[in-house]
Design a protein. Sequence first.
Length: 279
Amino acid sequence: MEHFAYGAITPALALTLSFLGCLLGVFIAARSRASSGGSRARWLTLSAVAIGGAGTWVPHFMALLGTDVPNSVVRYDVPITALGFGIAVVVYCLGLYIVGFGRPSLWKVVPTGIVTGLGLTAVYSTAPLAMRLAGTVGYDPATAVAATVAAVVGATVTLWCVSTVRGNKALAVAAAIMAVAACSTHYTVLSAVRVQAAPITAEIRGTSPLELLTPVCVLACLLLSVLAYATVGFSVRQNTASEEELLRRARDMYSIATLHRAAAARHEERDRGKAAVPQ
């Protein structure tokens, strides 16, 4: 298999999209710390969609555009390809729910990272399973084990960054690390794929990568736009609530000060009245 059939454009595009998705994911996860209960669960779900969907699966598909098999056309089974998106969101939902509630700790992040990494291995493995080509698809066992280890390490680092990192600059650096980990895991998993060519005896059915490009690009734009709007909207609502709370406190303080001045004025008038009465 040739993974860079179109040069550096596909890995660069995959890395950029992964960074944007992970950046939104870590910012949304950071915003979730200001909430609790069901509200926090909703923000963690959005973070899972950002990291798992926009930061993992969409770049995974973009990198697939550069995959080619000599002497054979490559087609994809759409339901199996879409299955990877669902798996990515579900495994990150589970991981973020576990590390997002309560205090983060190494004993919580590491086991969760192992489970999430195994789920990500399944996500990246959906591409070879969805491939339709002239030949059979298999795996090199040693490389597959290395790919699984890379997925576990990448997932653990991602969950640790999401649960512990503070500050805008640190979150941006964490998103960059997560994007590199996601793209590296993709190419490590696909490097384990082995294709045994065979003569073309029938039409290869399925959808070409270029036909899938338009709906995936639309999905990526929708995901990034909706998640960015949700993040900005939450920040605006949070700032508005803080300003309203400050105004309420200011009004209360002004009312208390007015009452004190009125009481002081009444005491002063009463004292003057007493002084005017002859003793």
